[in-house]
Design a protein around this ligand. Structure first.
Ligand code: NAD
Length: 489
């Protein structure tokens, strides 16, 4: 085997954590596959619906104490957790690669980001305030309190489990909720480690519980009446099933879904910077990032030079062993995903697209893993299947435009509305176009830098609703109680 193998002695083993116990899950035995080599990293028992029920009971039991804990104490625990995550980043880093083929280089940033989230939202834990209203009915005293839901269920995808889970857990815990977290079975290790670190930080047992599994476990969470709110990060198809299931219990569902984010490159842009950032849409998270800019719209006068830059730069991106320090892009998650991506690329070609670079599965030393190189398709019709749908692989589609008006129309002509990236040196145009984007995350001359815990993150249209990050992220996990007190005798 050409690539390094995961070191099995570093893998955490507890896939189900309920209160302070780590029972063997009641589900089937599962063999996790390392996407870079196709080998099994470890086998463990999945959780099942009865584990979900026990996890919810543990969270409900822990809730009164957690809710009653004063904000300063919750803050201190979250700060302690942040410090411990940083201290144990070396334990976490390889797991992020083993679980889904992420590059080793990204690992330390992922731990730093998780720590930042607990610090940012820990800072809110001691600042939860209500407000008083001069109500019309009176004389009366009227006030508003922001209350936790009780138990929050977090369902996250395999492409960035640590990133996604901490986006939910940090604000949910700060607001005084307990959590039942579902790790995806095909990328479970970083969350198993996170829950271990949470325990070591001194969180009371039951405040965070872990179940690991697939759709059946998620469905059991959505259907459980003891969970007050579900926050879901994943695909639109699954979101539809979750919403249908949630109609039984009427519980609120937060949705962070997929995207087909537009990148608008105007002729006045710094073209090299725009090409480098454009390429990030294929490279980031091995092309499997929800908010990656994957639909490139380029002003016709710079269209061919821009494509040439993409092609040249793609040649410098080392695709290969995620555990090698100089690797910039790793594999996609599975053989099935690779087949799906390749068939979308073939469909694009049949619809008239020109292959600028990539397109074929990598062979040779890559052959046991699930590798596709950066793939750039030019002259893509905005109406074609590949222009309209999320590929979730290292594939960029490029289409020319002739005017600002046309660029805005093309960018907004999508069911999705997660990200939009505008490249221009014209400040007025930057603002003007940003304010016309039907997307939750708009960046001018950027490519992902803005995803810090202090800003609201989320989508419009089919990319979901609700926001994680910022004060909006805290509000996602609070419900409002209004209290009216009669001041008349
Ligand atoms: P997915 O929808 O297949 O699965 C997401 C999670 O839902 C998994 O944990 C899965 O086990 C669970 N699940 C599946 N069926 C379920 C059901 N019926 N009930 C309850 N839970 C169920 O998505 P995926 O393939 O894991 O992830 C890729 C998708 O996630 C892409 O569309 C990507 O854009 C999106 N995503 C969005 C964000 C965001 O913040 N907007 C972040 C990361 C990924």
């Amino acid at each position: 085997m050409a690539f390094q193998s995961p070191d099995q002695s570093r893998l955490p083993t507890a896939a189900t954590v309920i209160g302070d116990s780590q029972p063997q899950g009641g589900g089937a035995k599962y063999a996790h596959i390392y996407p870079a080599t196709g080998e099994v990293t470890s086998e463990f028992h999945l959780s099942d619906a009865s584990d979900v029920a026990k996890a919810v009971a543990a969270a409900q039991a822990a809730f009164p104490e957690w809710r009653a804990m004063t904000g300063d104490k919750r803050r201190n625990l979250m700060f302690k957790l942040a410090a411990l995550i940083e201290e144990r980043a070396e334990e976490m880093t390889p797991l992020l690669s083993y679980e889904n083929g992420s590059i080793l280089l990204a690992g330390p940033h992922m731990s730093a980001d998780a720590a930042q989230k607990f610090r940012y939202f820990g800072g809110w834990a001691d600042k939860i305030e209500g407000r008083a209203i001069d109500t019309w009915g009176g004389p009366a005293h009227d006030y508003v309190r922001y209350e936790p839901y009780g138990v929050v269920g977090a369902i996250v995808p395999w492409n960035g489990p640590l990133f996604a889970a901490t986006m939910i857990m940090a604000p949910a815990l700060a607001a005084g909720n307990c959590v039942v977290l579902k790790a995806p079975e095909n990328a479970p290790y970083s969350l198993m480690k996170l829950v271990e670190i949470i325990r070591d930080a001194g969180f009371p047992p039951g405040v965070v519980n872990l179940v690991t599994g697939g759709p059946d476990v998620g469905e059991a969470m959505v259907g459980h009446p003891g969970i007050g709110k579900i926050e879901f990060i994943g695909s639109g198809g699954t979101a539809r099933k979750i919403l249908a299931k949630a109609s039984e219990t009427l519980k609120p569902i937060g949705l962070e879904l997929g995207g087909k984010s537009a990148v608008l490159v105007f002729a006045d842009a710094d073209l090299q910077a725009a090409a480098k950032r454009g390429l990030a849409g294929a490279v980031s998270a091995n092309g499997q990032g929800c908010v990656n800019g994957t639909r490139l719209l380029v002003e016709r006068s710079v269209y061919e030079p821009y494509l040439q830059m993409l092609q040249a730069m793609a040649g410098y991106v080392k695709v290969g062993d995620p555990l090698a320090q100089d690797t910039v892009m790793g594999p996609v998650i599975s053989d099935t995903a690779l087949d799906r991506i390749q068939s979308m690329v073939e469909g694009g070609k049949s619809d008239g697209a020109r292959v600028v670079v990539g397109g074929e599965r990598l062979d040779g030393e890559h052959k046991d893993g699930f590798f596709l190189p950066i793939t750039v398709l030019a002259d893509v019709s905005p109406e074609s299947h590949i222009a309209k749908n999320e590929v979730f692989g290292p594939v960029l589609v490029v289409t020319p435009f002739d005017s600002e008006e046309e660029a805005v129309a093309l960018a907004n002509d999508s069911d999705y509305g997660l990200g939009a990236y505008i490249h221009t040196t014209n400040l007025a145009r930057g603002h003007r176009v940003a304010n016309r984007m039907m997307a939750g995350q708009v960046q001018v001359n950027g490519s992902g830098e803005a995803m810090t815990p202090c800003v609201p993150f989320g989508g419009m249209k089919h990319s979901g609703h609700g926001r994680l990050g910022g004060i909006e992220g805290l509000r996602e996990f609070q419900q409002v109680r209004n209290v009216w007190i009669n001041l008349q005798d």
